[in-house]
Design a protein around this ligand. Sequence first.
Ligand code: DUC
Ligand code: ZN
Length: 458
Amino acid sequence: MRTLFKGGSVVSGSGAKRADLVIENEKVTDLGRNLKGDFDRVVDVTGCLLFPGFIDAHTHFDLDVCNTTTADDFYTGSRAALRGGTTTIIDFACPNKGESLHYGLDLWHKKADGRTFCDYGFHMTIDDWNESIRAELPDMFARGVSSFKMYMTYPAMMVGDRDMYWALKELKTLGGICGVHCENAGVIDGMIAERKNAGQLSPACHPLTRPPYLEAEAVSRLLRIAQAAEAPVVIVHLTNQEALNEVRHARDRGQKVFVETCPQYLLLDDSVYFNEDYSQAARYVCAPPIREKGQQEALWKALRRGDIQTISTDHCSFTLTQKDMGQEDFTKIPGGLPGVETRGELIYSYGVAKKRVSLGRMVRALSENPAKLYGLFPRKGQLRLGSDADIVVYDPGASHVIRADDYVANVDYNPYEGFVTVGGIRQVWLRGSLAVEDGRVLDETPQGRYMARGKCSL
Ligand code: DUC
Ligand code: ZN
């Protein structure tokens, strides 16, 4: 089956170019102006942008957090992802301390295999460091896991500086890359205890006990540990200027540092926490917290300059009833926001259309860079000959208002309620098959495939 996409502009990391596109079976097979020939199907995409399918390299589906489980599992979460133009997700396999990496990876395959609508891979969480975990690492690569995650906060998952140093050194030897959640655990715990002792238990205390400088401190410490280990690292969900300054210092020293941010840090501000209505405030609790408004421009500027490489979502959704668990105590609110369904349209509408970032930067942040960083390039992340025919057909002339009721993620609110989009997703193609049209998921049988990933090429 040969399909011609006629009249659109194909977008890559260097911008948009008028071009027709041909796909055959699962692959892109031709690209150029006014292509002629015999086609089984012609899709008129006049005036539309053709994006390489978006990659969300930071999701948490079917994850136990705070004595509950995320509202979205692989079925509902990946269906929402696909609807939002995300054709590949990379989720975090998360064994508990004491469990093996193999156990964790098998468990995540059980959660995802046969239940995922888009293509998928896993990062592996390292929350313990010992000889048996070290010995498991080569097999992780053999099973397609080339990226890892460590936490500097959350007692159940964090590793200390020594173990982080050893783990980074080992990953460097094996050619792996590690993302790190950077927040200073000890001081945050102390600040939380002070608030609780003073009887201050509302969601407004959440951002006050996790200030930006404690994120920056952890970024600085991580980068010095990475310097000692001579290892590249990824700072996940970076939120603020002080943390960016630490990244700049490390890069000036010659270190390889990659940075991810998320739509909630680009588009929302901390006033969301100071709402008197508990339910309104609790729905935005995530870590690191959403920052004061001035930080948004710092992040956009860093994206424009190429100082931030990727935008993922940290999709970790809970219903409002689940968020109610923290009514008496903000530390019991399960942390995380939904976002996997709205990232593409939000970054286009509030980034590209508002001239905060170029189209090329958008594609780099949502498709090309995550593909390179996490070993999926050139199969994913671009629309070139031989790459997977994962295509988002975006109509820049459309518009709609974001309303929770119109979205399919398994959650009863949308953090971007009332935001107006510039443009909209007309179609999503997954490996050559039309998967979503005008917001409808066409095949209710999950077609996502596990992606064994190679090494970082960014
Ligand atoms: N932050 C969250 O808010 N939720 C999930 C994990 C994380 O780092
Ligand atoms: Zn996360």
